[in-house]
Design a binder for this molecule. Structure first.
Ligand code: FAD
Ligand code: SF4
Ligand code: SF4
Length: 472
């Protein structure tokens, strides 16, 4: 066995030049070469106690897949990863590895951890490029299951059940399957062809995907049972945007991040002749500090904004977005206004302008400076306004990226389905809700979280549904 490579740094991820990528929607990070992947794999010490595995929400057998890479057995590595993760090309790109698997890696003690996510991406991309075969649909076991929502939780639940012979129908409110993976996370971080390939694999397994069906409106959960489905999995996400309730928020030019990103990602508002309108160019303020805020700010830049601000009420230390995304945003020229909180959105009215004579158009955002006080319930230091420190940023567009909640529609139309104070569906450890036969998982249960945790919840529910319906 060759000696491990004890270099302290990870192999860097090649990326498009910031000046170039700020004006295109192509993927920013371009991926490892085989040489870099082998070199990075050799940094892994194949630790017996596998601390990295316990940091992964679905317990991917990390040292085993990395050993396969070292042997040059890339398909073997893919097989190990997909024992537990159904979307490796997605997770290798968007998992917050720095707080999950890589955070526990022993190589991180005296240097950088092994680039586990980068290796996972390499293995998955290589598999996707080389494998043209689709899996065959197994024989039907006589049971039908309905899945509500086609995000990572729904897709994973559907895939796991389909592999066991269940006839699964996924009902999706939007016109394209993929959930946040298609409407939220932009192309420059997650190419949509990757999601489409995952959806095609499910279809090959026999999963039927019905788009433009809103459960709770087009059909109810009761009607699904009436139509012969024996179990229902709800993976409807947390797509209801929060607002600040400050003056001026109803002005034309104020968007929720979900609306802004959906128009751009899913409805292709960046085209010259788009089917959906969006404010392009001008100056843009994005309020918030999470991944969603970074995605909205970088999208605004690519849509042609001359200036983009991130307005966040805490400091860089508390900023919740992934470090890599923050660094990329900074390199691209996004202006971070930290320790600032909006108090009012300013606008002007022009009754002669047919586009919006009612609420007026955004002309600026007034913010107040903040300082950090004592820690709050989340353990982070509470931001406190500094009296008399108000200032105004001249902007034409404001994007609110301050969080989302689960939509109450399904709860309000489903007898016996209990939710918690934040609107999350209450489930037991198997993902079973308070209504018999109805399971739930992902953001619909936890509120906005991560792709990998949603996937893990879809897996847990699929195996509980299988146990309940097969009697095993
Ligand atoms: P979703 O992905 O939200 O999918 C739910 C689906 O259900 C949607 O397609 C919706 O249209 C559909 N639906 C809703 N109601 C109904 C209904 N009544 N009937 C039928 N269909 C319905 N996580 C990471 O790990 N890393 C990241 O980098 C990251 N970046 C993000 C960036 C953005 C912009 C956003 C918004 C989220 C990001 N997340 C990230 C979070 C992650 O995407 C979510 O946690 C994850 O997608 C949740 O999966 P889900 O299956 O629970 O729901
Ligand atoms: Fe790490 Fe995510 Fe892969 Fe798990 S699925 S090993 S957390 S990158
Ligand atoms: Fe390899 Fe790091 Fe996991 Fe050890 S902790 S097995 S070095 S990835």
């Amino acid at each position: 066995m060759s000696k491990p490579n004890m270099r302290a740094d990870k192999n860097p991820m090649p990326a498009q030049d910031p000046k170039v990528r700020a004006h295109n929607f192509n993927e920013v990070a371009t991926g490892y070469s085989e040489e870099a992947a082998l070199d990075e794999a050799n940094r892994c010490l194949n630790c017996k106690n596998m601390p990295c595995v316990s940091g992964c929400p679905v317990n991917v057998r990390i040292p085993s897949f990395i050993e396969k890479i070292k042997e040059g057995d890339f398909e073997g590595a893919y097989a190990v990863i997909t024992e537990t993760s159904s979307l490796p090309a997605v997770c290798g790109r968007v998992c917050p590895q720095e707080t999950q698997c890589e955070q526990r890696c022993v190589r991180g003690i005296k240097g950088e951890p092994v680039g586990i996510g980068r290796l996972e991406r390499y293995v998955a991309d290589r598999h996707n490029e080389n494998s043209k075969e689709s899996p065959a649909a197994p024989e039907w076991n006589g049971h039908r299951v309905a899945v509500v929502g086609s995000g990572p939780s729904g897709l994973t639940c559907a895939g796991d059940l389909a592999k066991k012979g269940y006839k699964v129908t996924v009902f999706e409110a939007l016109h394209t399957a993929g959930g946040v993976l298609v409407y939220g996370i932009p192309e420059f971080r997650l190419p949509k062809a990757i999601v489409a390939k995952e959806v095609d694999t499910l279809k090959a397994l026999g999963v039927d995907i019905e788009t433009n069906v809103i459960i709770g409106k087009t059909l109810t959960v009761d009607e699904l049972f009436g139509a012969g489905y024996e179990a229902v999995f709800i993976g409807s996400g947390a797509g209801l945007p929060n607002f600040m309730n400050i003056p001026g928020e109803s002005c034309n030019g104020v968007y929720s991040a979900n609306e802004f990103l959906t128009r751009s990602n899913l409805m292709k508002a960046y085209l010259d002749d788009p089917k959906t309108p969006i404010m392009k160019g001008g100056k843009v303020a994005v309020v918030g500090g999470g991944n969603v805020a970074m995605d909205a700010a970088r999208t605004a830049l690519r849509l042609g904004a001359e200036k983009v601000y991130i307005v966040y009420r805490r400091s860089m230390e508390e900023l919740p977005a992934r470090r890599e995304e923050v660094e990329h945003a900074m390199e691209e020229g996004i202006d971070f206004r930290l320790l600032c909180n909006p108090v009012e959105i300013l606008g002007y009215k022009n009754e002669n302008d047919p586009r919006d004579p009612k609420n007026g158009f955004v002309t600026g955002i007034t913010c107040i400076k903040m300082e950090l006080g004592e820690p709050d319930a989340s353990g982070r230091r509470r931001p406190v306004p500094v009296k008399g420190s108000e200032f105004t940023l001249d902007v034409d567009t404001v994007v609110m990226a301050i969080g989302t909640s689960p939509n109450p529609l399904i709860k309000s139309t489903t007898e016996g389905l209990e939710v918690n104070k934040r609107g999350g569906i209450i489930v037991n450890e198997d993902g079973l809700t308070t209504r018999k036969g109805v399971y739930a998982g992902g953001d619909a249960v936890t509120g906005a979280a991560t792709v990998i945790s949603a996937m893990g919840a879809g897996k847990t529910a699929a195996s509980a549904i299988d146990r309940a319906l097969s009697g095993n």
